[in-house]
Design a binder for this molecule. Structure first.
Ligand SMILES: NC(=O)c1ccc[n+]([C@@H]2O[C@H](COP(=O)([O-])OP(=O)(O)OC[C@H]3O[C@@H](n4cnc5c(N)ncnc54)[C@H](OP(=O)(O)O)[C@@H]3O)[C@@H](O)[C@H]2O)c1
Length: 270
């Protein structure tokens, strides 16, 4: 797949330690692999230990020494994040980047039918958790000569419409939070930016578009290089910005796919 300027150098992350939150997920796993290929060591954060262990073993086979950090972002407290940061410091001695690739999405539902607790959970996992995790890691990131925090957004033209619920709202909040962090850290070594991938054929996408045929959209791998680019020194060009890299196959298909809106009236979303 053509990625133009987003294709990273093979050693773009040499010697760096990158924390991947949501390493269980499609994009998280792809990013973890790409970080290792670019010379980084990774800390894999997720809530499913067997899947983390499988990824860990695959990365070891690539010659890396990854660490696993099991954590459910829904229940984690500030003390849990402080402990996580301390453990990363002890085990790795440094932290040079964070990728926030975890996301809570339960499927398309009208706000009128959404339980307040479910709405709050989406906001918590998608906004409050990355805030608290970043805050806990900030001292380590500041100690690095050059470090990066990458938030992962979704297309506001899609998720700012009917039925995207707490997930959609959270992505607007995340966009704002990225800008605030970036402004506050403008004169520090910590570069803050956001990656806005196009549609990817992942489990999250399938929750909204259940009948979409496989292969309609690129896999998450297509955006992993772009994420490495943002983590690397070359990502300085995107500081404080949302980057939507151009990927082959990321344009809408010529024939519209059907959209699954189990509780929705006609009208639809794209
Ligand atoms: N797929 C797309 O078309 C698309 C488009 C634009 C942006 N994005 C963004 O890309 C990012 C990655 O999404 P994806 O498509 O790779 O989806 P995915 O495969 O479903 O990955 C999301 C991951 O988030 C994890 N997660 C959810 N709640 C969590 C919690 N409480 N604690 C820890 N982990 C939790 C999930 O863990 P489990 O595996 O344990 O459920 C899952 O591994 C998200 O930020 C998403 O918004 C996706």
């Amino acid at each position: 797949m053509s990625m133009g300027a987003s294709t990273p150098e093979p050693a773009a992350l040499a010697g760096r330690v990158i924390l991947v939150a949501g390493a269980n997920g499609a994009l998280g796993e792809s990013v973890a692999r790409a970080c290792v290929s670019a010379g980084a060591n990774v800390v894999l954060l997720g809530r499913r230990v067997p899947r983390l262990q499988r990824l860990h073993d695959a990365l070891v086979a690539m010659g890396s020494q990854p660490a696993i950090y099991p954590l459910d972002l829904l229940g984690a407290s500030a003390a849990d994040y402080a402990q996580m940061a301390a453990r990363i410091g002890e085990a790795c001695g440094r932290l040079d980047g964070i990728v926030h690739a975890a996301a809570e999405f339960q499927g398309l539902t009208p706000l009128a039918n959404t339980e307040p607790v479910e709405f709050a959970q989406a906001l918590h996992v998608n906004v409050t958790a990355p805030f608290a995790l970043t805050q806990a890691c900030l001292p380590m990131l500041r100690r690095a000569a050059d470090s990066a925090v990458v938030f992962v957004l979704d297309d506001p033209a899609r998720v700012g419409r009917a039925y995207w619920g707490g997930y959609g709202v959270s992505k607007f909040a995340l966009r704002g939070m990225m800008q605030v962090w970036a402004d506050e850290l403008e004169n520090s070594p910590v570069r803050v930016s956001a990656l806005q991938p196009g549609p990817m054929q992942t489990g999250l996408r399938a929750k909204a578009f259940m009948t979409e045929p496989p292969g309609t959209w690129p896999p998450a791998d297509a955006y992993a290089g772009a994420c490495v680019h943002l983590l690397s020194p070359a990502g300085a060009a995107h500081r404080g910005q949302v980057w939507t890299p151009r990927i082959d196959g990321s344009q809408p298909p010529a024939v519209a796919v059907s959209i699954d809106l189990p509780m929705a009236p006609a009208g639809g979303v794209s």
